[in-house]
Design a protein around this ligand. Structure first.
Ligand code: GMT
Length: 378
């Protein structure tokens, strides 16, 4: 089967899910065609079943704004026809689903009916989508897709609550590829980061306001007050500078390391003791799942889809958004007793296994197969 995947080429979130999904489908023999404005971050290898089609954005001097959605729709039409795509999987309602629907209508006039699968990831629904400016297009895109999936029950419920939805939404959770995300022996990393056997706390994100990284630093300061510890902050984004200033003001910056964007995040997670995810909203929390796969328990807020991943008292603990005292108290429960930490590590790995790619990939395949008339492996 020839599958088109439309996604953002970014390091985190939906871009990673789309890329890892495409890689796994390609490994099973499907021909996977990525359509994006630049090469997705994790698509840096050769596989004869993987193709990349760049949406080239040329800024015509007449237009103040580049009409990206129009360019994307044209690219989709061309790619579907040229490579005989049989299904198009778009990640994000806007602009990907709306552009795909425009392409679908153009292709219909040419006698080609390409099914569109739209996956909702969160920001399109919980933040962007709630802006009334976008509501009609988001509702239309969901209602006219041939199948819609959401990455958590929570996101599905939010979508139904906030939009005028007239079609079923299937929950297909995010997944883990254990061939990559697994605890590795990286003792030299540990020695470099925590030479005196300090506990290592970690947070990864794109440092947007919604992540509340300031709470990560506050939790860390409370923990560091009680036990020798270090904080690793991975990723980059708009709040990074404020967070650095805050760490200085709180007198913990000597124990906080900003690592920026990292490709081999699993190597760093392998030496960590606790993952912090303090978000205001989070439709799933893939970053927490990746940590759990590397045997790192999670202290998180109890918002959105996080409770569907992190199990309170088993794989970590959940607290109300902003309750940094409770988060620090829970962190210390795990970090001050090695037996407890060990048990939480085992539990985190076991829970992550529920999201094994081998369990989740068939759910997407079923969605495709239900839409494609005479599926052929090619
Ligand atoms: O979290 C982000 O800022 C990135 C964002 C995105 O849209 O790519 O991530 C969203 O999708 C991920 C993959 O499905 C989820 O794991 C994240 O929870 C979700 N982010 C939010 O809901 C804030």
């Amino acid at each position: 089967m020839n599958i088109g995947i439309v996604c953002y080429p970014t390091f985190g979130g939906s871009g990673v899910v789309a890329t890892e999904l495409g890689k796994a489908l390609a490994a099973k023999g499907y021909h996977v065609h990525f359509i994006s404005y630049s090469q997705p971050a994790r698509l840096d290898f050769f596989n004869p079943n993987v193709f990349f089609h760049e949406v080239s954005i040329y800024k015509y001097p007449l237009f103040e704004y580049v009409p990206y959605e129009t360019i994307l729709a044209s690219k989709i039409v061309d790619t579907v026809k040229q490579y005989k795509l049989e299904v198009l999987h778009v990640h994000y309602a806007i602009p990907h689903a709306s552009a795909a629907l425009m392409a679908k209508n153009i292709l219909l006039e040419q006698g080609i009916d390409i099914p569109i699968v739209t996956t909702l990831h969160g920001t399109d629904i919980t933040l962007v989508g709630k802006d009334p400016t976008y509501e009609p297009v988001v509702s239309y895109s969901i209602n006219h897709s041939d199948a819609v999936t959401a990455v958590s029950e929570s996101l599905k419920n939010d979508t139904i609550k906030n939009f005028h939805i007239q079609r079923p939404i299937y929950v297909v959770p995010n997944f883990i590829d254990f061939s990559r995300f697994t605890k590795q022996k990286k003792e030299h990393f540990k020695m470099a980061i925590a030479p005196n056997n300090e506990k290592i706390l970690v947070h990864t994100s794109n440092f947007r306001k919604v992540k509340r990284v300031e709470d990560v630093v506050k939790v860390f300061a409370l923990v560091a007050d009680k036990i020798p510890s270090r904080l690793l902050l991975i990723g980059d984004g708009p709040e990074r500078m404020n967070i650095e200033l805050m760490a200085r003001e709180m007198g913990v910056c000597d124990r906080v390391t900003f690592l920026g964007k990292q490709e081999q995040i699993e190597e760093i997670l392998s030496v960590c003791d606790l993952f912090l995810l303090t978000s205001e909203t989070e439709s799933f929390g893939l970053a927490a799942l990746e940590a759990m796969a590397c045997e790192v328990p999670v202290i998180s807020s109890n918002t959105g889809g996080i409770p569907e991943v992190n199990v309170h008292g088993v794989t970590g603990y959940l607290s109300n958004v902003g309750d940094v005292e409770d988060m620090a108290k829970n962190a210390l429960k795990i970090l001050t007793d090695d037996k407890i930490l060990h048990q939480f590590r085992i539990n985190a790995l076991a829970r992550a296994n529920d999201f094994h790619i081998d369990k989740i990939l068939p759910l997407y395949e079923d969605v495709y197969l239900s839409l494609v008339k005479a599926p052929q492996k090619s």
